[in-house]
Design a protein around this ligand. Structure first.
Ligand code: PPE
Length: 307
């Protein structure tokens, strides 16, 4: 997604013009990947922007920072208010919000603790992540030759910039080979997730998704989809998933803030089910989009209106 500048960026407590939100080349995060971030959507809900799962995203940001000993100098309430205000000031009807906590300039050396912690939030317009037709037609993906990091190498459920170097390898390889996305295998040989999405597999009406112990990010859309599946009466289980389960599935789909609910229509050129979007995936998408468009009531309190 190409970045189209918006007007204001929140940086360390103040709104500044887009072009002024710069850093020095010596910042620790640039050298060592020491940053935590979130990707949050604001949907256009019947004409008013509303931020999706703001509390859960801000909570995860604090969780990620805690693991890496980054002290955020603001309360969660302050950061939530800043996200709301950034969308408002940029007059966006819908947006992708990117809060970023990073280690600034101070020392050169691996230990980040002498470096100050900065917090910034910018917003962008964002359309469909995996292409405009992806949500209806589904995407063609591969199993990556790059594995997801082992549990004792990186904390997979912390959303840390440096860890996305692994995602970059997965994504580049997939795109170079003509696929929309790659699926990583965990260090025990089980299915983990896409470079920027969680994965769900359906067979005989049962939905399965990898557990946190498969080095996945604790996806917020993943949790929403589990909730909606349960409401629809679909059995959902968190289970270790062997690779071949992907090829034998009736339906497979990705979830993520950017990807939303995206069907997978083929894996390694093997069609998934009939090779398009399956009926349960469609029902889950409809339930999801009914909330994000405001067609149905926000019965789980997922939306924070920007007023
Ligand atoms: N796994 C990974 C590795 C991941 O990056 C994401 C989000 C997810 C799962 C889904 O998590 P959630 O958004 O909470 O449902 N990826 C974000 C960044 C994508 C990007 O290209 O940047 C996102 O979707 O915003």
């Amino acid at each position: 997604m190409a970045i189209e500048p918006t007007r204001y960026i929140w940086m360390d407590g103040e709104f500044i013009p887009w072009d002024e939100a710069t850093v020095h080349v010596s910042v620790h995060a640039l050298h060592y990947g020491s940053n935590a971030f979130e990707g949050i959507r604001a949907y256009n809900v019947q004409g008013t922007p509303a931020i999706f799962c703001l509390d859960a995203h801000i909570r995860r940001l604090y969780d990620s920072c805690k693991v890496y000993r980054m002290e955020i100098g603001y309360t969660a309430e302050q950061l939530k208010a800043a996200c709301i205000e950034t969308v408002k000031r940029n007059q966006l009807p819908a947006a992708y919000i990117r809060p970023l906590v990073f280690r600034g300039a101070g020392t050169i050396g691996v230990d980040p603790r002498p470096c100050p912690v900065h917090v910034t939030i910018f917003t962008l317009y964002l359309g469909r992540y995996l292409g405009p037709e992806a949500v209806e037609q589904g995407v063609d993906v591969c199993v990556s030759s790059w594995g997801r990091m082992a549990l004792n190498t990186f904390p997979g459920s912390a959303k840390i910039g440096g860890q996305y170097i692994n995602s970059q390898l997965i994504k580049m390889e997939a795109v170079e080979n003509g696929y929309a996305e790659g699926i990583a295998i965990d260090s025990n040989g089980f299915v983990s997730e896409g470079s920027g999405e969680n994965i769900f597999v359906i067979r005989d009406g049962v939905i399965i998704t990898p557990p946190l112990a498969s080095s996945i990010l604790r996806g917020i859309t993943r949790q929403c989809v589990i909730t909606l599946a349960q409401e629809l009466g679909y059995p959902v289980r968190e289970e270790f998933i062997p690779r071949e389960t992907l090829y034998m599935a009736d339906e497979v789909f990705f979830t993520g803030t950017a990807a939303e609910v995206t069907p997978i229509r083929s894996i390694d050129r093997i069609p998934v089910g009939e090779g398009g979007r399956g009926p349960m995936t469609k029902a889950l998408q409809e339930a999801f989009f009914a909330i994000t468009t405001g067609e149905q009531e926000d019965r789980y309190g997922w939306l924070t209106p920007v007023t």
